[in-house]
Design a protein around this ligand. Structure first.
Ligand SMILES: [Zn+2]
Length: 117
């Protein structure tokens, strides 16, 4: 995968991450009725080092997705992005376009889902 493509997926991942963090900080603000400004602080902290409270306020699915996004961003830095973490084969670009945070190729994903169901 060339640099330009990696950059494209990186932007996608960061955008998705931002979306989740934003949505969550909104939900957090509504439920706690915190003053303006605190929510922004939360987002800032979450961007750098996910505070414990923030993580605890996430649903499992959202936590999982943020984790996967971070893992994918790490793989981009290590130049391992786009490679299946199970079988080592390349993940199709079509799949990466839809789920850029995926760690597995379609075959391994299906296998994993079969085993867990
Ligand atoms: Zn695989």
């Amino acid at each position: 995968m060339d640099k330009k493509e990696k950059e494209k997926y990186k932007i996608k991942l960061l955008k998705k991450k931002e979306e989740i963090v934003e949505k969550l900080s909104e939900a957090y603000t509504e439920s706690k009725e915190v003053e303006t400004g605190i929510a922004q602080d939360l987002v800032d902290k979450a961007e750098s080092s996910y505070t414990k409270e923030f993580i605890l306020s996430l649903s499992n699915a959202e936590r999982e997705q943020l984790f996967l996004i971070d893992e994918a961003l790490k793989r981009i830095e290590k130049c391992e992005y786009g490679v299946c973490q199970m079988c080592g084969h390349k993940i199709s670009k079509k799949r990466l376009d839809v789920v850029p945070w995926t760690s597995y190729c379609i075959n391994c994903q299906e296998k994993a889902e079969e085993e867990s169901s």
